[in-house]
Design a protein around this ligand. Structure first.
Ligand SMILES: Cc1cc2nc3c(=O)[nH]c(=O)nc-3n(C[C@H](O)[C@H](O)[C@H](O)COP(=O)(O)OP(=O)(O)OC[C@H]3O[C@@H](n4cnc5c(N)ncnc54)[C@H](O)[C@@H]3O)c2cc1C
Length: 459
């Protein structure tokens, strides 16, 4: 190990940035390599003309107090607190997100609600009497919410969102990705009073009924920008447009990282390496290559690409609230960041962030006229805006929007992680590197944890 240990971080999304923040703050030499033109990864925005377009609306939750307070201090007046105001469009009505029991009572016809409740009751009773482990996402959803709610709410939504039937997805997907429905919790609590305890697997608490999110006048880009600035002020290096090309190992340790900047390959020696780039890419780029078994396992880890349509619309306002989830449209979520404080020019215009999942190279990915027209038709059917109101379409992509937990992915994931652990100065973490579903604060916490682990070894 060199006299002044050097940590190299691969990827400048929230996870990599926060790992660099933790290390640079205490004077550790750190270099972060990010292939994008801006820091932030998925949680960034791109400037097109006079406006900023998020790669999917990104707002910070307050759940991790330490990280939240640190970010607030760094952002100062740039941070705008915004009450969570999100909705779900379902069967012609709007419901608050996360789904509330009192809204379901008001919105859903009485007999339908009784039907859902009986389904949930039956699922709870079955689990109470003969506990069972779901074999796939379909069974996990039925165990959690009962057959009727699965059939009418989750089945199509999940299928459309992922392009994969819930039967082909792992039950782990439900425990780590699917938002928890608080409405269902109310029913479960009521059942518990009659001695029917909830023994089903857990879903994720991704948002509270009432919480404050944090945003900025320039969108998601502000937080990664101030983080990158803070790292550099403490002597750390953030190198943008630097694509990691090779991770070189010798005698079971990472010794250097190579990256391409301005067409030239450069080398960085390192004592510790924290990777937040997609796990399969880490495997592909490591030299010498890991054994064939690990390479094959890495190929089994799939990601769902996203195509985000940022629309400049000639209307002062299009939707009520921050964003709305849709079950049966070309898009699964539409956000209007102006309602969270984004500055939009010219006056009288707004920006819509229309989020879709896709496959690389398909119509949505390429933004064909047909794909745009189908989106415009759905926007008009939802009374959001008309095609003629749309002044500009800015298409943004990510090849690795969501990790996909295919049925049986777990042993492949474990095999790859075992290989990572065999290299004692390498860590792979964050959303892409950990093959997980953290929100920004949890991704930053994963970065902080990786930084602490690296620190223990180099100190
Ligand atoms: C549509 C959408 C909306 C979301 N909304 C929210 C929200 O409102 N609030 C919230 O808290 N979370 C939200 N999230 C989750 C959030 O995006 C993630 O938690 C966060 O981005 C994860 O950070 P990360 O650093 O782990 O990964 P990423 O942000 O994916 O960062 C990985 C980085 O690695 C870089 N990279 C990859 N390969 C290379 C290479 N070879 N060389 C150099 N760099 C490389 C990438 O360019 C990227 O910058 C949302 C996610 C999506 C998809």
């Amino acid at each position: 190990m060199s006299s002044s240990p050097h940590v190299v971080i691969l990827g400048g999304g929230p996870c990599g940035l926060y790992a660099a923040r933790v290390l640079s703050r205490i004077g550790v030499a750190v270099t972060l390599l990010e292939k994008g033109v801006t820091p932030g990864g998925l949680a960034t925005s791109h400037k097109r003309g006079e406006n900023w377009y998020d790669l999917g609306c990104h707002m910070l939750h307050e759940f991790d107090k330490e990280i939240y307070e640190d970010i607030m201090e760094l952002m100062g007046a740039e941070s705008i607190p915004v009450p969570l105001d999100a909705k779900i469009r379902w069967a012609g009505s709007f419901y608050r997100y996360p789904l509330q029991f009192q809204d379901m009572i008001k919105g859903i016809p009485f007999f339908t609600l009784v039907f859902y409740t009986l389904g949930l009751f039956a699922a709870q009773l079955r689990q109470s009497l003969v506990p069972w482990t779901p074999k796939n996402a379909e069974e996990a959803l039925i165990q959690l919410y009962g057959g009727p709610l699965y059939k009418f709410f989750f089945k199509d939504f999940t299928h459309r969102y992922w392009g994969i039937h819930p039967r082909e997805l792992s039950a782990t997907f439900i425990t780590t990705k699917m938002p928890r429905l608080s409405a269902v919790d109310v029913i479960k609590k009521a059942l518990a009073k009659f001695g029917i305890k909830d023994k089903s697997i857990n879903a994720v608490d991704s948002a509270l009924h009432e919480e404050t999110l944090h945003y900025s006048r320039t969108g998601a880009e502000a937080m990664p920008r101030v983080l990158a600035k803070a790292i550099e002020e403490k002597g750390g290096k953030v190198i943008l447009e630097a694509e990691v090309s090779r991770i070189v190992t010798q005698e079971g340790r990472v010794t250097s990282v190579h990256y391409v900047k301005d067409g030239q390959e450069q080398e960085l020696k390192c004592d510790e390496c924290i990777s937040t780039i997609p796990l399969p890419w880490l495997v592909q780029k490591t030299e010498p290559a890991p054994v064939a078994e690990v390479q094959l396992a890495a190929k089994e880890l799939r990601f769902k690409p996203i195509a985000i349509y940022g629309l400049l619309v000639k209307k002062p306002k299009c939707i009520d609230g921050l964003y709305i989830y849709y079950r049966d449209r070309m898009f699964h979520r539409v956000g209007e960041p102006k309602n969270a404080g984004l500055i939009v020019k010219p006056e009288g215009h707004t920006v819509l962030i229309v989020e879709t999942t896709c496959e690389i190279g398909d119509e949505k990915w390429r933004g064909t006229e047909d794909a745009k027209d189908r989106i415009f038709v759905d926007l008009e059917l939802e009374n959001i805006c008309k095609k003629e109101d749309v002044v500009e379409v800015n298409l943004l992509h990510s090849e690795t929007g969501y990790p996909v937990f295919m049925l049986g992915f777990e042993p492949h994931f474990e095999k790859v992680m075992k290989w990572v652990k065999s290299l004692p100065n390498l860590q792979s973490t964050g959303r892409q590197g950990g093959f997980k579903y953290p929100n920004m604060h949890s991704a930053m916490r994963m970065g902080a944890t990786a930084a602490q682990a690296a620190l223990k070894r180099i100190q």
